[in-house]
Every structure is written in C-alpha cells, then in structure tokens.
Design a protein around this ligand. Structure first.
Ligand SMILES: Nc1ncnc2c1ncn2[C@@H]1O[C@H](COP(=O)(O)OP(=O)(O)OP(=O)(O)O)[C@@H](O)[C@H]1O
Ligand SMILES: Nc1nc2c(ncn2[C@@H]2O[C@H](COP(=O)(O)O)[C@@H](O)[C@H]2O)c(=O)[nH]1
Length: 208
C-alpha cells in the first residue's frame, strides 16, 4: 500500500457486542471518518441495503474477486465470507480521509501486516449472558445462527490482546466516549507528527 496521511481504524468484536451500534454513533459524532462498506456472501437481513450495509455477492463472485486481488483482507466468519475493498480504502486514505473498518480479528491481523500503522480497537461485551441477550434481542438472526455466533465468540475474544485498545461496551455512552477519545487522540497525534515533519522539511530546505 502506498503512503497516505489518513488513518486506518479497525473495530472488531464478537457478534452482538454492539460494534455496529457504537461505530454508527461514532460516525455521527466524527463525520470526518469514512466507513468502508464490505463485500459479503451473507444473505441480507431485513432492512439491510446493498451498498449501504454491505455489497451482497454470490460465493462465485466473491471467489473471483479474491482471485483478482480485489480485497485488502478477507476472511470466513460464522460460515460466510467477508472482504474489504482495497481500491475503496486506498482511494479514501489518499484523499486524507480517516477510514474505519468493522471487521473480525482475522481481517485485523491481515490489515496489521499490510498497514502496520493502523489503529485497532476490540469491543468486549460486559458478560456472556449480556452478549446472548443482545444477540437474541436484536431479533435479526435464527436461533441456529445465534448459537453459532455465541460458540465462536470464545475464539474471537481470545484475540482481544492483539488489539491496540480494548473497550467494554457495558454502558453505551461510556463506551462511545471511550471510542471517540481513542479516535481523537490518534488524530491529534498524527496531526502533530505531520506538523513536526513539515517544520523539519522547511528547515532542511532553507539550509540547502
Ligand atoms: N451498551 C449497550 N447496551 C445494551 N444494548 C446494546 C449496547 N450496545 C449495543 N446494544 C444492542 O445490542 C444489539 C447488538 O448490537 P450490534 O448489532 O451493534 O452488534 P455487533 O457487534 O455489530 O454485531 P454483529 O457483528 O453481529 O454485526 C443491538 O440490538 C444493539 O442495539
Ligand atoms: N474480515 C472481515 N470481517 C468482516 C467484514 N465485514 C464484516 N465482518 C465481520 O463479520 C462478522 C459478522 O458480521 P455480520 O454483519 O454478519 O453480523 C462481524 O464480526 C463483522 O465485523 C470484512 O470485510 N472483513
């Protein structure tokens, strides 16, 4: 990937921990961040729109896209395939936009290799009981899908330590404040870094 000035943020969590709800609220507070819309082979849930929630594609199309190198990262999660478009992310970062990826831990590991300066956040539910309550309360998945996601949550949580930050989504507003504080601190730091380099470049040029 070419060097850019936008920051790549990753938010991951076990299914039902509340990451989409947190991310959507964060984007309302921080409109300067763009969410990358993923491709998936998962069938749409009621109310989900093509191009807004996901690019819903058939398995054969997804496999073709993998072979063509369309994805910056891709993974199988809960029996479906998901991928992040390389072109979309590069385009946004090159425009100095900060980009947020809502992806799983496998995708996060691939992104860290491609872009080590990314910033990753893992969202934990306050308890297993609450995770199940949220998954069932959402009312979007069958019992079979919910049970599969709950089973997989252990393996996902085992990767929390690989992330730069971990947030517990117990009280929603507190978790949102925590996520926003991370984003703001990172953005401020990268602004400072740019300014520092800018000053040094000017100084070196003046001496020449
Ligand atoms: N802090 C919270 N307290 C109570 N309910 C919450 C909280 N955060 C989110 N929820 C609710 O939990 C449910 C799951 O949230 P959400 O869909 O954002 O999860 P998710 O982590 O994005 O799941 P998935 O990975 O399956 O998309 C939703 O009904 C949401 O309103
Ligand atoms: N590695 C990737 N994981 C992704 C991507 N888009 C979403 N996801 C993760 O999949 C699960 C399930 O999502 P759901 O919408 O079916 O509930 C969740 O952990 C997402 O974060 C992606 O592009 N790459």
């Amino acid at each position: 990937m070419t060097d850019t000035s936008g920051t790549l943020f990753i938010v991951a969590a076990p299914s039902g921990a509340g990451k989409s709800t947190l991310v959507n609220a964060l984007l309302e507070r921080e409109p300067g961040i763009s969410l990358s819309v993923s491709h998936t082979t998962r069938p749409p849930r009621p109310g989900e729109q093509y191009g807004r929630h996901y690019y819903f594609v058939e398995r054969t199309e997804f496999e073709r896209e993998v072979a063509e190198g369309v994805f910056l990262e891709h993974a199988e999660v809960h029996g479906n395939f998901y991928g992040t478009s390389r072109k979309t992310v590069q385009h946004l970062l090159q425009q100095s936009r900060d980009v947020l990826l809502e992806i799983d831990w496998q995708g996060a590991a691939q992104i860290r290799k491609a872009k080590p300066d990314c910033v990753s956040v893992f969202i934990l539910p306050p308890s297993r009981v609450e995770l199940e309550r949220r998954l069932r309360g959402r009312g979007s998945d069958s019992d079979e899908v919910i049970e599969r996601r709950l089973r997989n949550s252990r393996g996902e949580i085992a990767h929390a330590h690989e992330f730069d930050y971990v947030i517990v989504n117990d009280r929603f507003e507190e978790a949102l404040d925590g996520l926003q504080a991370i984003v703001r601190a990172v953005r401020q730091r990268s602004d400072l870094q740019c300014q520092r380099h800018e000053a040094l470049i000017k100084e070196l040029l003046a001496e020449a």
